[in-house]
Write a protein that binds this ligand. Sequence first.
Ligand code: IPE
Ligand code: IPE
Ligand code: MG
Length: 229
Amino acid sequence: MKELALKHLAIIMDGNGRWAKERGLSRTKGHEKGANVIRDITTYCAKDPEIESVTFYAFSTENWKRPKLEVEFLMKLLDSYLKKELKTYQDNGVRFQAIGDINAFSAKLQKRIQDTQDATKENTNLTQMLALNYGGRAEIITTVNALIAKGKMILNEDDISTHLQTPYSDIDLLIRTSGEERISNFLLWQLSYAEFYFTQTLWPDFTAKELKDIISQYKTRTRKFGGLA
Ligand code: IPE
Ligand code: IPE
Ligand code: MG
């Protein structure tokens, strides 16, 4: 039987707060540890010749509802992550791209995001997308409005698929950590026929070894896309 392809992996990184709480630490410590896991998983994906893109949900359009201090911490963490990771991106041939509406961020952070995208744009081993101020509904609305503004009156599926911020491919496999089983407004359009995997592991405890096992399990599945096996 032909092995399932895995070109585009998406991950909802969840459980940073609970990981910290279990240890009597502040939630921010969980976010810090979680950022290190993004590096490990990205490096692993860059070495897998089959995976072309990995998209991480880092900050949703709904996450602004969190306490101001936590939101500010996450913004600072993102800035220092991108600064520190530039070397990792270059060493591993990883192209970085943000998806979501980054206009809501500070000018400094927007510049960091833009500069990192520019500096890594020639890298071809893997595209790492970070979903930042991202919402699946917002993305679809933005896409539709942009097409209307261009004079499109009637849209088809291809119009939307090719004008989203993530036009590369549909998602093959979505992983959500921490035992929660929801999409939480992640890539609504692109997840249309994705395989789902939910693990109890909290994001800061997630490892490349677990990812490897999940991918092996995914490879045994049958994807029929509505047809017959
Ligand atoms: C995921 O961990 C990180 C972000 C959403 C930024 P959480 O912060 O949601 O962790 P829990 O769900 O409270 O444990
Ligand atoms: C989803 O996690 C968003 C990110 C991982 C960035 P949340 O923890 O914010 O989602 P809900 O509130 O449990 O749905
Ligand atoms: Mg959560």
